[in-house]
Structures are given as structure tokens and as C-alpha cells.
Design a protein around this ligand. Structure first.
Ligand code: CP3
Length: 361
């Protein structure tokens, strides 16, 4: 029983599918571009919405989530929208409380402390019930987009979500979470398996509700060693990819998936071998080097977000230099991580225009 799936024939035809074609490795006549955190606090209209409503109130109210998702689309010639939500809705669905504390960020009042705490979670949660509001926001947004650009759905990756659930918020070292990998590896794997199942269901449900591309955020990938990554991150990322692809194919969907690992330069080759159509790079990775390894997938990224502090002409030049390294095909332009709240929206326009005016053969 799936209460949030909709028949895709209700959606308006696409006027711009550049990002989907680039993701599948088809030739494009113009480079597609979007920006991580494009709906966010650097936009005055977003700050206005947030002054009225708590963060998770916006996330949980389809009308509000849709409204802020469309804010950057109405303002800039972006080539994709991403549904306004957060990776931490999955821990919420598993039964944990998460608050967005101003000036502090996401906070879990009762993080997981010992393996016995896993018994408090709801591993058999129905995501269509617990996270039905995300699927409703996706369906509504896809309709309101009127085919202007594709809509991206997303999830956090298992290791990144486990680390939040144990740390209870941001951390410089992730040492509490990593302690589990050394001291309670079986409990860690039990939790990673639980998350992998729920994330798979959640990504499939987002597509059934209207999402046209999926991004998996391994934002805390940079804290692991190669050995830890291969044991506690890689297999779950592989399972999510295979599980979601198989289930979507059976249902007749062909949906590109993006894997974005932050600070994962020490496992770039491994991440590229996971089979996702698109690999997102942060700004520490030389795109030319990744292209040399293999060209069978699309790359996304990777301008240093801080380049947006530059004066316009310098920003244009930095953007062109970035595209030179990736090459214009099999490529989706983006920043190497999310945009910061103190950035000038005018420079977002400069960045987008610089990508769009890059000459293609
Ligand atoms: O990209 C988009 O525009 C879609 C929305 C989106 C948000 N969070 C909105 C948000 C997405 C894709 C995310 C994912 C997310 N959330 C990640 C993965 C991406 C990454 O940054 O690596 C992570 C790690 C989180 C957890 C999280 N949520 C953090 C670290 C923060 C920032 C806390 C702070 O105060 O700086 C959030 C809050 C959050 N999520 C904001 C937005 C726009 C800002 C908070 C606010 O509006 O008060």
C-alpha cells in the first residue's frame, strides 16, 4: 500500500531536461548548472519565510517547502530544482527528535549513546507515512514547476546519518561516531543496515511522487580512513544504488543518481566505481585527474563556494577555468559544497551566466 505514489502523466511536459541528458551522458548544447543549498539563507525571500516559520515547519508543510524550493528557480536561470528538506528527516522517521537551533544548527536532544539505544528506533517504519509530507511537497513542486526544470530528490547516506544520530549535532572530529566503528562494529552495521533499508524506500518513494534525479549526500565521508570507508560506507552506498535502480527499473522509471562525497579525495576511485550515473566532486579534487581515470560517468561540481566572494570578472574567470578542467560534456556545473548564508545573490547570477555562456562545439 503506497499512499504517496502518483501517475507521472499528471505532470506538465519538460521544457528543459539538460541536466538529465548530461547525467545520462547524452550530448548537451549548453552546460546545466544548479547550486547545493540553492534555497537557503543567502536569499532575502528565504530569510523572510524562515522569520515566520521554524525550519522543520517549512520542511513538513508541502505548501511552504514548495514555495522556498521555487524561490531560486524564480530568481535565477538554474537548470534544476532540489526539494527543500533536510537529510535529518530520516533519523526523525526512525523515531529520533531533531531540532534546528538558531546559531547552532541541527541538534538531537537524545543522541544514541550505547548499542542498546538502537532498540528505541523504529526500523520497520513506513516512509510513506512518516515522511509522506516530503512526497507531497515533491508532487506539488513538480506541478508548480510547470516543466521549467527537473526536480531533484535526495537523502543522506548511511554513515553520514549514523554520525549525526550518535554525535547529536555537528562535530569537529566525529570521534563519538567513529568510536562505534572501532568498539561496537556489529551495532554500527546493524544501524547502517537499518538506514540503508529506509533510505532505499525513501528514494524510491520520492521518485514515485515526482522526483526526476536523486542525490545521495555522504557529507561526513571525509572523517574515515580508507579501511573504515570500505567497511562502513562503501557497501551501503553500493546497496542503495543497486536496490533503488532495480526497484525503479521494475516500475518503469529511468532516473539518474548522484553520489556526492564531501572530502572523499582518498577514495575517489572507489566512489567512481559505485555505478552512480553522476559523481559529485568537492573543490579539493582536480577534475582533470578524475576524467583521466575513466569517462563512463558524469561529473558534478566543484567550484570553491568561497569563489563567490570574488568580484564578478574574477568569478567569471574562475568558473571558465573550472569548466576547462571538466570539459563541457558529461558535466553538471555546481559548487563543491553548499552556498553560505553571507553570499551575494548577484554573484550566483554571475556564476550561472558564466557556465551558460561557456562556448560548446
Ligand atoms: O540544497 C537545497 O537547497 C535543498 C535543501 C537542503 C537543506 N539541507 C536545507 C537546509 C539540503 C539538500 C540539505 C542537506 C543537508 N542537511 C546536508 C547535506 C549537504 C551538506 O551540506 O553536506 C547536511 C549535512 C544537512 C544537515 C544540516 N542541516 C546542516 C549542517 C545545516 C546547517 C546548520 C547551520 O545553521 O548552518 C542544516 C540546516 C539547513 N538545511 C539550512 C537549510 C537551508 C539552514 C538552516 C536554516 O534555515 O535555519
Amino acid at each position: 500500500a503506497n499512499s504517496t505514489a502518483v501517475d507521472w502523466s499528471i505532470f506538465p511536459p519538460m521544457k528543459n531536461d539538460l541536466i538529465l541528458r548530461a547525467a545520462f551522458g547524452e550530448r548537451v548544447e549548453r552546460i546545466p548548472v544548479w547550486i547545493m543549498r540553492q534555497a537557503g539563507r543567502y536569499l532575502p525571500e528565504f530569510r523572510e519565510a524562515r522569520a515566520e516559520h521554524d525550519f522543520f515547519r517549512v520542511v513538513e508543510t508541502p505548501e511552504l517547502a514548495c514555495k522556498v524550493t521555487l524561490q531560486p528557480i524564480d530568481r535565477f536561470p538554474l537548470d534544476a530544482s532540489i526539494i527543500f528538506s533536510d537529510i535529518l528527516v530520516v533519523p526523525q522517521a526512525l523515531g529520533m527528535e531533531v531540532l534546528m537551533v538558531p546559531g547552532k544548527g541541527p541538534t538531537f536532544p537524545q543522541p544514541l549513546a550505547v548499542p542498546a539505544d538502537l532498540d528505541k528506533l523504529r526500523p520497520d517504519v513506513d516512509v510513506n507515512q512518516a515522511l509522506g509530507y516530503v512526497m507531497k511537497a515533491i508532487t506539488l513542486t513538480r506541478q508548480r514547476l510547470e516543466g521549467r526544470v527537473p526536480l531533484i530528490g535526495f537523502s543522506g547516506a548511511p554513515w553520514t546519518l549514523l554520525s549525526y544520530m550518535i554525535e547529536g549535532g555537528g562535530s569537529n572530529t566525529q570521534s563519538r561516531a567513529k568510536k562505534w566503528l572501532y568498539v561496537y562494529p556489529e551495532a554500527a552495521k546493524k544501524l547502517l543496515g537499518m538506514l540503508t533499508r529506509v533510505i532505499g524506500d525513501y528514494l524510491v518513494a520520492q521518485v514515485e511522487a515526482g522526483a526526476q534525479m536523486l542525490q545521495v549526500f555522504e557529507s561526513h565521508g571525509g572523517y574515515l580512513t580508507k579501511e573504515l570507508f570500505m567497511e562502513f560506507a562503501y557497501p551501503y552506498l553500493a546497496e542503495i544504488r543497486q536496490n533503488v535502480k532495480d526497484r525503479l527499473e521494475k516500475k518503469g522509471f529511468r532516473i539518474p543518481m548522484v553520489i556526492f562525497g564531501k572530502d572523499c579525495h582518498y577514495v575517489t576511485k572507489e566512489i567512481c566505481s559505485l555505478g552512480y550515473e553522476v559523481v559529485g566532486l568537492d573543490w579539493t579534487i582536480d577534475p582533470a585527474g578524475v576524467r583521466q581515470m575513466d569517462s563512463s560517468f558524469t561529473l558534478q561540481g566543484n567550484l570553491d563556494p568561497c569563489a563567490l566572494y570574488s568580484p564578478p570578472e574574477q568569478l567569471r574567470q574562475l568558473t571558465r577555468q573550472m569548466v576547462d578542467k571538466f570539459g563541457p560534456q558529461r558535466y553538471i556545473a555546481n559548487l563543491g559544497h553548499g552556498i553560505y548564508p553571507d553570499m551575494d545573490p548577484d554573484n550566483v547570477k554571475v556564476f550561472i551566466d558564466a557556465v551558460h555562456s561557456y562556448p560548446l562545439q
